[in-house]
Design a protein around this ligand. Sequence first.
Ligand SMILES: C[S@@+](CC[C@H](N)C(=O)[O-])C[C@H]1O[C@@H](n2cnc3c(N)ncnc32)[C@H](O)[C@@H]1O
Length: 427
Amino acid sequence: MAVNLDFAGQRTAYASHGMHSFAARFPPQLARWGIERFSDLGERVLDPMVGSGTTLVESRLLGRHGLGVDIDPLARLIAGVKSTPIDPSGLAAGLSAFHARARLLFHDLRLAREHGIPFHDAFREVAIPDFPNRDYWFLPNVVEELALLRHLIDRVGDVTLRRFFYLAFSSTIITKSASSVANVRDLAHSRPHRVAPARPPDVFRAFETRLARLERSMAEFAASSDPRGSARVIGDDARALPLPDASVDLVFTSPPYVNAIDYPRAHKFSLFWLGHALGTSSEAYRDLGRRYIGTDRVPLALCRTLARRTSGLGALDRVLDRLADADPRRAGIARQYFDDMARVIAEAGRVLRPGRHAIVVVCPSTIAGVSVPTHELLAALGEMSGLLSHVETHSRVLDDAKRQLPIVRGRFGPGMRTEYVVVLRRT
Ligand SMILES: C[S@@+](CC[C@H](N)C(=O)[O-])C[C@H]1O[C@@H](n2cnc3c(N)ncnc32)[C@H](O)[C@@H]1O
């Protein structure tokens, strides 16, 4: 039976969904459809590439036990905070204590500036982080103000509240609009390019505005969460899931697209500031960038070797051979992508209980003029694993206004406007 999964014009920022920008999210209504149709109350729903946590939030709202995995440390923070309800009175008390301390400190900062006292003399205990091109991407005053805020947040005693503040902090930098306090625009969607702000940003004000919005979102989420459900981020690599065989009831996920969105490149703007809180450093994060599925950071020599390898799946090898003739480098990147996705699909099959479903939401693409039907190839990889059989595929039209996927032309082919919801079942 044909179902309409477009959800055109529907509100996607309800509950905690809109708390932080994130590229290529799927609409919460899509996760809701999958969870309601393919799982029951109290069952375990896994998203092995959980991104901003849409599946976890919906699992929590629907009384399921959501489990999330993502390689990106910022994604793990966002997914965790968004799917952990905070009691509104505790949150209000935490926020007002924070505001009181922040107001005092920012007052001192104004005085110090008026009297020409250098920041490090006025605030000896506040560390200013050092990272590549810091003063290119952030104005000097912004650096000082972010350092003050971070100093305050690091000292919030309650870990749930502290993580909530880190999320608010990150969302003043990574935004969809021109309102980032960094010298960049639309960090959530594009490759960062420098844009000098018309006026110096007021970091304290931007942060307070974000906090007020996030407080409302959290209140809506906490009020509508089903206490029979739960949500947890449990790991970092979809290719090696920290779960026993046959232990989950539904896998619902959307993988990255080949060579399309560079999460580390955009997220580093928050990671520079929050690395200490997320257990990473600028250098470690740069190295981690090569391990993301879909990355284009595959060394050229490896691309050449990969480009002429075979997978054992005729349809995939035919597409990738055509691509190798057109563009060996991209063929290597795509081969690496499908090798990785074969491992993810096999892992999904391993952890699913027999008879249960894995749903993969994915876009086809055109790379160097060669059409790559990713949805068909992933379904075929599922069959090839011997663990999953293909049940059905639905298509959905993307809502241009929401820009949930990058409409990248030229390099990546025509804009991605149709995506597919591939339903597989554990044999
Ligand atoms: C399209 S996004 C998922 C968006 C998510 N559905 C949402 O609504 O926010 C794909 C995610 O895959 C993650 N990813 C890439 N490589 C991964 C890996 N090896 N293991 C787990 N996650 C990975 C990326 O960090 C990114 O968050």
